[in-house]
Design a protein around this ligand. Structure first.
Ligand SMILES: [Zn+2]
Length: 255
């Protein structure tokens, strides 16, 4: 996970117009009736046409270089990506009591709460989970609409430098503190498919590094070539993404 700098980005206009109006409507409805959200489905109260608008999504895609805010996988070459609510809008998952409503509905159209995420991180791993350290405060949030005193456990990559809390040993993520460890655990940032994809990237870099190391000695030029050829041959023969394209371009390395 890396820091996402949204400080200089313009807030998408649709959030300031339609989003602000909808936020006020939701707050009025909840202030009138604290059970307003209890029996409603997410799609009945939230408008994805606003928070998931192309203006919002394209802005996040640009800021995040097409990558998921949590796992850094490139999202947009295989799907549109999800506009993810860091604080879940519809409900939050209690450790033992299941889903609790309302969620952070007043942040549904709030720019600072929106990030671009892959489906694996957003829908399969994070879902409605949003653990906080001082959980008692959750009862006051919907009367003050102020989250500033809430100590979220998840690392928010647009609010803090994630590299302080999460580092890597080779392809495996390691939590440097409690929040880092919990973020990895809840978001499954050490899931097999991610570790596997990161390992592939590392293999190429290690091969290049090994080649550079042996090239320090002119006499080892053949060894360097051997390291690089071996890696190309592995890439061509392995069961990787886009293998058909690779084979068309590197036919001479096929066995
Ligand atoms: Zn992801």
């Amino acid at each position: 996970m890396i820091y996402i700098d949204k400080r200089h980005a313009q807030v998408p206009a649709i959030l300031l117009t339609d989003g602000a109006t909808e936020t006020q409507n939701l707050r009025d409805a909840y202030d009138d009736d604290n059970t307003y959200f209890d029996n409603k489905r997410s799609y009945e109260v939230f408008k994805s046409s606003i928070y998931g608008n192309s203006e919002v999504k394209n802005s996040l895609i640009g800021i995040q270089n097409h990558k998921c805010c949590f796992c850094e996988s490139r999202v947009t070459h295989i799907s549109d990506g999800d506009v993810e609510h860091f604080r879940p809008k519809a409900a939050w998952l209690h450790d033992t009591d299941g889903l609790k409503k309302p969620g952070y509905f007043f942040l549904a159209y709030e720019w600072s709460n929106l990030l671009l995420s892959c489906q694996a991180c957003n829908q399969r791993a994070k879902g409605n989970q949003f653990p906080i350290l001082n959980s008692n405060i959750r009862t006051t949030i919907t009367s003050t609409y102020d989250c500033s005193l809430e100590n979220a456990i998840f690392i928010n990559p647009s609010n803090e430098d994630p590299e302080i809390s999460i580092s890597f040993f080779e392809e495996i993520p390691k939590g440097n503190n409690y929040r880092g460890r919990k973020t990895i655990e809840y978001l499954e940032l050490d899931r097999f498919s991610l570790n596997d994809a990161r390992r592939e990237k590392l293999k190429d870099l290690f091969a290049l590094k090994d080649a550079i190391d042996v090239l320090q000695n002119e006499a080892d030029r053949e060894r360097a070539e051997d390291i690089l050829r071996r890696r190309i041959s592995e890439i061509v023969s392995e069961n990787l993404q886009y293998v058909s394209m690779v084979k068309c371009n590197f036919q001479e390395y096929l066995d």
